[in-house]
Design a protein around this ligand. Sequence first.
Ligand SMILES: Cc1ncc(COP(=O)(O)O)c(C=O)c1O
Length: 401
Amino acid sequence: MPLSNMDIEMYESEDPIWNPALRTMPIPGIRKMVNLAASLPDVIHLSIGQPDLPAPDTVINAAVEAFQAGQTGYTMDAGLPELLESLALYYGERYQRPLTADNILVTTGATEAVYLALTSVSAPGRHFIVPDPAFMLYAPLIRMNGGEVTEVPTRAEHNHQLDPQEVLDAIQPNTYAIVLNSPSNPTGTLYPKETLEAILQEAAYRDIHVISDEVYDHLIYDGKTYPSVLASCSDLDNVMVISSFSKTYSMAGLRIGWLIASQAAIKKLRRYHMFTTTVANTPCQWAGVAALHHGREFIDGMLAEYTRRRDRIVELVEQTPWLTGYKPEGAFYLFPSLPDGVNGTNVALRLLKETGVCTIPGETFGNHCSNALRLSYSTSLDKIEQAFERIIPWMEKQDFG
Ligand SMILES: Cc1ncc(COP(=O)(O)O)c(C=O)c1O
């Protein structure tokens, strides 16, 4: 939905009515770009943060059947029992980690799970570690509640891999949690098992939580097995793992996600969930049950398509003057860099106005990546080709030296 001028005024307002905590929320860079794009003709979007493929028929049919069967009331507060049981079984098999329904809380998308995890732990005087760049919700949600954030930068020359030693070096006596997101939005970087294990081991030793956002856990290329925190942690005592159906089954608008943690943590979070959204959408939880039982074929088809696009966009970035890319191993993003000192926001705005290609500036995702652009390949190969037919000649005319 376009952000109106009124919304922008609200974000920037110094009016005393607003909770000062709202000022920790930046105006979303994505919205700014997408709103500007909406006012221009013939725009090609490399800005999209959700799958462009239709959801599987089984999923849609299950939601429709649930509506028709009158499943329109609240579920249990932790979630629809059938979905909780299916998720416990599915994760248990996937990572050989026995889980019960009591280890899971169904939420309104991964967004609510991230919200619950971060805001239930953040408080004044508490310290958190977040990679930079990262999905833009994490740091503001921590700061809104008075917590402090140390950003650990990742770098294009290392394919935006997180250096576990830098994470451990950032730990302070008042550190409460480390946030991880692999594969990452915006970089598509997949953290290897060794990175997770180094962080998890030290975190467990120091009683620090690891909050792992795994929403892209099925968008993993080149036949790799997904290294989940759930496969590497020794127990659930200090981990919270978040995921959703949004990216895996093209169900972003159905808003079903979940959080996996120790039974004690889930009990606490259930109370908080009652004070936020109460329960997730009931018919769409039934759609989730169907997705878990019938979805593998859909995932394989999606992976084949996204792999083709990933390979092509990597080639096209290599052919583009001034852009330095790498080969992302997951999600559907690439986060190429411009030369040091070049402002990605200016470039993204000019690219949009002068060529009609919409990208997302790096600054949206942190403070250490102002010379980057996020490119999403959640759009057809044809559109990707057309976008670069505009970007390459435009870049050839620039002098960023
Ligand atoms: C890393 C990350 N986490 C969480 C979300 C939110 O997912 P959901 O649609 O399930 O709320 C997104 C959506 O873009 C994301 O990229």
